[in-house]
Design a protein around this ligand. Structure first.
Ligand code: F6R
Length: 578
């Protein structure tokens, strides 16, 4: 379980805990910190029992304390619970249960589940299945929870949060996890639970019922991903490994199943209006999608960030199409957008990395990002792979008139050469590590890359960074520029070159430290204090190349400031809360 929790740590890593059931007793140990840190103090890996549950937390309700860490236990400590999601009516339930004599030990919403189960058992002759059904029907919000009972029964339930059962090789061996990575080292046979499913693992194996208590059956799926992909290999951090893997992953993403591609494009072509949505990095992919779909496929789209989508659904109808982009396929804001679009009758297309995710299941048709598990919390390889899929769609629709995905040798050579710029970028990071503000400036298809580069610097290095559309500088942001500002200019040798180089001169004359990223070699290196000379590729492919030095810069800015780039503070990989 400790090994499994280490693999799941990317989902949350502020505290950790384990509970086991052994000889009629539930034993719990939990503490603040990462799995390895807590384990070295509490020796979680020396706990014993017939069954157990574990959790790594990303705090929502209640501070980061060992008391708020999961598992939470009932008053008699005969039930232990771990929970992902948000129980919206927890206060109401807590008040009700407190009146019935339940004493709460934490500030979390999750603890109510343990007490509610205890209450429902006590009024129903200790019937575990009945207690699970009644408990699930009282909870509002989103949840995937797993409970263990002192008689060595394990139960779980899912509503708007992922929960997967791994079928072990031994007769009585089962695993339950919110991600297949939790058990992939033991089995690749998985049952993906649906919303409103409850599982019961008792002496006679696995049974599944719905929230009405009726039996349901779910198919067993073989999970394809290689476990090797979730190891750091020879790299110091997952983030660095994933940046380097882009030389392969981008091409994997361009290999799409013909049938899925055809249905995806047919739905897209028949749409009256098209919306592209995503959160964070995936929203930046959506912004680039807007450019390339319009330019090369003549499909006009609107890009809306998923957290805002629900507020602008008025003009959607059954002739609309929403393309949802998501690495995890579990981001709550994205799922909410898709549900809002569905309610208006719109068709749902998605581009997802986790093909067994909720988003993939909610879609009329989806395409695989296919970049393998991304463990580093900051999205890197999934971003370039999402772009690769978008280029592929664009080419398919335009009958390859954009020629974006042809000549892969040109692209792979360029990516390799860009990765080899790492020492130059690492040096720039050392010299700029104390920057107060970093601005990234560019135009047209480079603007989404400015936003994405700034996001990487914020989340990995905790430095204020902002992407600015070059033409907007004069409308306000120029007031921010002084000799303490570090400004990165995306100034490739394309149709944006002349205008952007003028912006660079204006910024330079305000005394800022300038870093140029361009494929136009030496002419400009006097203008720039630091210069990153990327290889030349066709104009439309430049975003795939330009983002790489920015990812590397963010990574080295983190290291130079003694920050663990794989686990930025306050963030989680899958943001399954609104
Ligand atoms: C940034 C980052 C986040 C995610 C966002 C959406 O590096 O990782 O901004 O991009 O939370 O996640 P997915 O793509 O899983 O929907």
């Amino acid at each position: 379980m400790v090994e499994a929790l280490k693999r799941m740590e990317y989902r949350g890593y502020d505290s950790v805990g384990i509970a086991t059931s052994k000889a009629g007793k539930i034993l719990t140990r939990k503490g603040v910190g990462k799995v390895a840190e807590v384990n070295s103090v509490l020796h979680l890996d020396e706990m014993s029992g017939e069954i157990g549950i574990g959790h790594t937390r990303w705090a929502t309700h209640g501070a980061v304390t060992s008391g708020n860490a999961h598992p939470h236990t009932s008053c008699k400590s005969d039930i232990g619970v771990v929970h992902n999601g948000l129980i919206e009516n927890y206060q109401e339930l807590k008040d009700e249960l407190s009146k019935n004599g339940h004493a709460f030990k934490s500030e979390t919403d999750s603890e109510v589940i343990a007490h509610l189960l205890e209450h429902n058992m006590s009024i129903n002759n200790n019937d575990i299945k009945g207690a699970m059904v009644n408990t699930c029907n009282r909870l509002k919000g989103s949840f995937a929870f797993v409970a263990i009972f002192d008689n060595s029964t394990l139960c779980g339930a899912r509503f708007d949060e992922p929960l997967i059962v791994g079928i072990g090789k031994g007769k009585d061996e089962f695993f339950v996890s919110s991600d297949v990575l939790g058990f992939l080292m033991h089995t690749d046979q998985a049952v993906f639970l649906d919303n409103r499913d409850i599982i019961l693992l008792e002496g006679n194996g696995l049974s599944i019922v719905d929230f009405d208590g009726k039996d349901v059956s779910r198919p067993v799926t073989q999970v394809a991903w290689e476990l090797a992909d979730s190891d750091k290999g020879n790299y110091a951090y997952f983030t660095l490994k994933e940046i380097h893997k882009q030389v392969q992953t981008i091409f994997r993403s361009m290999q799409q199943k013909q049938k899925s591609m055809e249905s995806f494009c047919n739905i897209l072509k028949s749409a009256k209006d098209v919306y592209v949505t995503g959160s964070g990095t995936s929203y930046h992919s959506a912004l680039l999608a807007k450019h390339i779909l319009s330019k090369y496929s003549r499909i006009r789209t609107e890009a809306i960030m998923s957290s805002e989508f629900q507020y602008s659904t008025e003009s959607l109808d059954e002739n609309s199409v929403i393309i949802a982009i998501s690495q995890s396929g579990e981001t709550a804001d994205v799922l909410k957008s898709v549900q809002a679009a569905r309610e208006k009758g719109a068709k749902v297309l998605s581009i997802v990395n986790v093909t067994t995710s909720s988003l993939a299941r909610l879609s009329d048709c989806f395409l695989e990002v296919n970049c393998g598990p991304e463990i580093g919390v900051a999205a890197t390889k999934s971003f370039t792979s999402q772009l690769a899929v978008l280029y592929f769609i664009t080419d398919s629709i335009s009958g390859n008139s954009g020629g974006i995905t042809t000549n892969s040798t040109e692209l792979s050579d360029a990516i390799q050469q860009t990765l080899e710029l790492e020492p130059i970028v690492a040096e720039i990071a050392k010299e700029t590590k104390s920057a107060r503000d970093i601005y990234i400036v560019g135009r047209s298809i480079h603007f989404p890359i400015c936003l994405e580069g700034a996001l990487k610097i914020k989340e990995l290095a905790y430095i204020h960074a902002e992407g600015i559309a070059a033409g907007e500088l004069k409308h306000g942001p120029l007031a921010l520029i002084d000799k303490n500002s570090v400004v990165i200019i995306l100034n490739p040798n394309d149709s944006t070159y002349t205008d952007t180089v003028s912006n660079a001169h204006v910024i330079k004359s305000r005394g800022a430290i300038l870093i140029g990223i361009s494929d136009k070699s030496k002419d400009d290196d006097k203008l720039y204090d630091h210069f990153i000379n990327i290889p030349s590729v066709r104009e439309q492919l430049l975003p795939l190349i330009e983002i790489i030095p920015l990812q590397i810069l963010a990574y080295y800015l983190a290291l130079s400031n003694n920050i663990d780039p794989d686990y930025p503070r306050n963030l989680a990989k899958s943001v399954t809360v609104n």
